[in-house]
Design a protein around this ligand. Structure first.
Ligand code: FEO
Length: 399
């Protein structure tokens, strides 16, 4: 069933085959590209889908409207996972009028060579489809500068673009009230938002994390609006769990972490890894929640998720060419580029003849305004444990 409410239909697709999103981020549970049709006296299509799904997408549109034409293509976001089918839609429905923010116009021309029959809209502009009124709200940098959201006034439905989206294909139903599920992840159904929570944090931290201030601005703009459902471009349509997902987005965009530790490290010959195990043992002894990431063997995606999730980061790196070990350096650079704030931090790591990694990690953390829990644990050659007992305690004593 494609119908979400009244005259609004889901025509998005699930991608279970792509392994890496944006060429960077793993997709262990797939991803959905959501698109919606509003069928009234006029028909509007809201966003399109990824390049690989043309036939399935057009088939779903025809199932809903048959031979009727589409009058408007509403472009909330130009990133190609949502705009790739624009040329195909234009070819199939040549009279279609494209509705987009002014900042989207050069992108539409550049990606699709389309510049005619385009309506540029501004904040608060409305478009009547008959009984349905669409209102447009500019939400720049959530996630690109051209981004806008579309609000179907009568049904109080917000088409939010990437905001409130998650990784993970959606099975079982498209709305949280119709049994949307993250395929094969949890045995016990705990509610849709709980099931998707980890993938929502990973999506936010990986993709949107840099734009906390624009997300906060968008949330303020939406603050007075009555919203019955949120139709994002990825993941379930939120109906019954709107408070949970907007609350989570609010906390993430304020860079507010839960109590717990994101422990990351890279190790060349196992000594920094042994120190990480000793820190883990301390965290377990003290009953502190934590997640560990070995950055030599794991995609950074999951470490960024937990850096956003928890209020403390403990990072371990050996000294490498008098610098921070490259995988850990890349992780730290990612925190800088995302402007992560409000974290406590500690560093550790081995060296052989001149230790610099802990000092450099502390310097980066200080630039981010993180609170240093201690001077860190920089140790020569093999990790001993008893020799480092005092600094091990110092790292964890304030947690
Ligand atoms: Fe899902 Fe920013 O595109």
């Amino acid at each position: 069933m494609s119908n979400i409410v009244d005259n609004i239909h889901y025509v998005g697709v699930n991608d279970h085959t792509k392994v890496i999103f944006e060429g960077l981020w793993p997709l262990p549970f797939g991803v959905s590209y959501n698109s919606y049709l509003v069928v009234d006296e006029k028909v509007a299509l809201i966003d399109t889908v990824d390049a690989d799904f043309a036939d399935e997408f057009l088939g779903k549109i025809r199932e809903v409207i048959g031979d009727r034409k589409i009058d408007y293509l509403i472009v909330n976001h130009m990133e190609p996972d949502h705009s790739s089918q624009m040329s195909k839609i234009h070819e199939t429905y040549p009279d279609i009028r494209i509705v987009a923010s002014r900042k989207a116009l050069p992108m539409i021309a550049g990606y699709h060579k389309l510049s005619d029959n385009i309506m540029a809209v501004a904040d608060g502009d409305v478009l009547s489809l008959g009984k349905t009124t669409l209102a447009f709200y500019m939400t720049p940098m959530v996630h690109w500068p051209e981004t806008m959201m579309t609000y179907a006034v009568e049904s109080r439905t917000l088409f939010s673009g990437d905001a409130f989206g998650t990784f993970g294909a959606v099975d079982g139903g498209i709305t949280d009230t119709s049994g949307a599920r993250l395929c094969g992840w949890l045995d016990t159904y705990k509610g849709c938002a709980a099931e998707f929570r980890s993938e929502m944090i990973r999506y936010y931290s990986n993709i949107v994390g840099k734009y906390g201030v624009p997300v906060q601005n968008a949330m303020k703009k939406l603050g007075g609006m009555e919203i019955n459902r949120i139709c994002s471009t990825h993941g379930p349509v939120w109906e019954s769990e709107i408070a949970e997902v907007t609350g989570l987005y609010d906390r993430l965009s304020r860079y507010e972490g839960e109590r717990g530790v994101c422990l990351v490290y890279g190790s060349m010959y196992g000594n920094t890894a042994k120190a990480a195990k000793a820190i883990e043992a301390k965290l377990i002894e003290k009953g502190i929640r934590y997640a560990t990431h070995d950055l030599c063997h794991e995609n950074l995606s999951f470490a960024y998720r937990d850096a956003f999730k928890f209020d403390t980061i403990i990072a371990g790196s050996p000294t490498y060419n008098a610098e921070v070990f490259p995988p850990v350096e890349t992780f730290m650079r990612g925190l800088v580029s995302r402007g992560l704030k409000n974290r406590r931090f500690a560093a550790f790591g081995s060296y052989t003849w001149a230790g610099t990694s802990v000092r450099l990690l502390n310097e980066t953390a200080s630039k981010l305004g993180f609170e240093l829990l201690c001077d860190g644990m920089s140790f020569p050659q093999a990790f001993d444990g008893s020799r480092e007992a005092e600094t091990l305690e110092a790292i964890t004593e304030k947690l």
